[in-house]
Design a protein around this ligand. Structure first.
Ligand code: ADP
Ligand code: ADP
Ligand code: MG
Length: 448
């Protein structure tokens, strides 16, 4: 691989450019008119403007991105996360244009992108899945029959969903009727696909996911778990590894199942198998994300493996250089997502000019960001502006380092969720490891 075009922006684009530089691979940034002063635009060897601020016309503009790749003679495209990363059509166009898409094959993305189809496949393979409809439901009547069979409460979920969107609970038939139509509408608007499926609502679960790497020669390994139970509106806010509820035995068991999932799907490159774990530590397959994940750095801190470099090596056809038993887990890692938002105003996004920006540092602290002093955060994109990752010998040390890092962090000119994150990591139940996916709503916001 000689030249990679990065079809993304923000901290993940910067993260990928850095890996390329270390591997002596040339980089091409694409940017919207709102991003001409963005860090990724400046850091790459070349940069091509692909359209106006609106992401539909720029970061989601397949035609312009492919044109930018051919103009700059890029031999591959890294899609990052969000935007086109899980778009099977885009991956297919790359394949047809002889541009290597750094991710799995387009038909695999297609298969796993429909969450109800992928559950159906995994169930056939003997993987434990959350009880629910067998595939998608065709109408309200079928939804009702399924809900009665598995028992309320149930979740209505968009088959094409992602980013926590298109998920609603129904406690009884009335709510089912109401939310069936709402989820259908949301799914149509957000994903242009109104297929929905039903799942038993698992009470007080933990979200535990397994990172896998699969090369193009049939080798698959897992890199352990990440606990992403600290969520708001089904969106992750803080992640850690190891999970306080996963011991070595459970890690091996979930890891083996995740490898089986990847093999069943014909998966290649890096991916994440998401599970819900119930109060009795039964775990169920939820979905597979076919891309690099926001929270990938905590796995890198604990294994010493650079996931983005592995993605590039795998896409170049190399074989994985290690076997499962050679992967060593060390210490404990935490990640906090810093968002430009106002928690007291229902987490309303708060873009604007960052007048002062000073980063924490020191042993065991990693910052992934694309912000700098004087930068103006555009209002067109996601509100996540930085990730603080800490690594300690154990959980207590990782938490202490996070406290110190959040205290040292200076961001002026805009509001962020920094203080909210600080309150999470000093919450006694969080410190005890006593939490589930309802932690933020219940413990932090006093809802439910
Ligand atoms: P992760 O599993 O990596 O934590 P998130 O769910 O936080 O991923 O999503 C990563 C980014 O991609 C977020 O900015 C999110 O809004 C966006 N995203 C994820 N899935 C989709 C989707 N299907 N459609 C639109 N945006 C998405
Ligand atoms: P997305 O594609 O948006 O990431 P997921 O299917 O991964 O959606 O679910 C996102 C989150 O919603 C999970 O991490 C979990 O907190 C919650 N969730 C999803 N399915 C269930 C379920 N059946 N029971 C309880 N919570 C669920
Ligand atoms: Mg998910």
């Amino acid at each position: 691989m000689n030249k990679i075009l990065i079809a993304n922006r923000g901290e993940i684009a910067v993260r990928i450019i850095r890996a390329c530089k270390e591997m002596n691979i040339k980089t091409v940034a694409v940017y919207s008119e709102a991003d001409k002063d963005a860090l990724h635009t400046h850091l790459a060897d070349e940069a091509v403007c692909i359209g106006p601020a609106n992401s539909k016309q720029s970061y989601l503009n397949v035609k312009n991105i492919i044109e930018a790749a051919s103009l700059t003679k890029s031999d591959s495209i890294h899609p990052g996360f969000g935007f086109l990363s899980e778009n099977a059509k885009f991956a297919k166009i790359c394949e047809e244009s002889q541009i290597k898409f750094i991710g799995p094959k387009s038909d695999v993305i297609d298969l796993l992108g429909n969450k109800s189809n992928s559950k159906k496949l995994m169930q056939k393979e003997g993987i434990p899945v959350i009880p629910g409809s067998n595939g998608s439901v065709k109408d309200l009547k079928e939804a009702m029959l399924v809900a009665e069979k598995i028992g309320y409460p149930v979740l209505l979920k968009a088959a094409a969903g992602g980013g926590g969107k298109g998920i609603r609970i129904a406690n009884d038939f009335n709510e089912l009727e109401l939310n069936y139509n709402l989820v259908k509408q949301e799914a149509k608007n957000a994903f242009n696909d109104d297929e929905i499926y039903i799942e038993k609502y698992i009470k007080n679960p933990r979200h535990v996911e397994i990172q896998i790497l699969a090369d193009e020669h049939g080798n698959v390994v897992h890199l352990g778990e990440r606990d992403c139970s600290i969520q708001r509106n089904h969106q992750k806010m803080l992640e850690e590894t190891p999970s306080t509820i996963v011991d070595e035995k459970l890690r091996n068991k979930m890891g083996n199942v995740a490898v089986k999932v990847a093999k069943a799907a014909g998966y290649t490159n890096c991916g994440t198998v998401e599970f819900l774990v119930d109060a009795d530590r039964n775990f169920y397959f939820m979905e597979m994300n076919t891309r690099i994940q926001v929270e990938h750095p905590i796995t890198e801190m604990r294994t010493g493996i650079d996931l983005v470099k592995e993605q590039i090596r795998i896409a170049a056809g190399e074989e994985l250089k290690y076997k499962q038993k050679e992967i060593i887990f060390k210490g404990h890692a935490l990640e906090c997502r810093i968002n430009a938002e106002i928690p007291s105003k229902n987490f309303m996004p708060c873009p604007g000019k960052v007048t002062e920006f000073n980063l924490p540092g020191g042993n065991g602290i990693r910052i992934d960001t694309a912000i700098y002093s004087g930068y103006t955060i555009p209002s067109n994109y996601d509100s996540m502006i930085a990730k603080i990752i800490t690594h300690g010998v154990n959980r207590n040390e990782a938490i202490s380092k996070m406290k110190r890092a959040l205290e040292e962090l200076v961001i002026e000119g805009i509001e962020t969720n920094r203080d909210f994150l600080f309150d999470i990591i000093r919450n006694p139940n969080f410190i005890r490891g006593n939490f589930d996916t309802s932690f933020i709503e219940k413990e932090m916001l006093g809802e439910k």
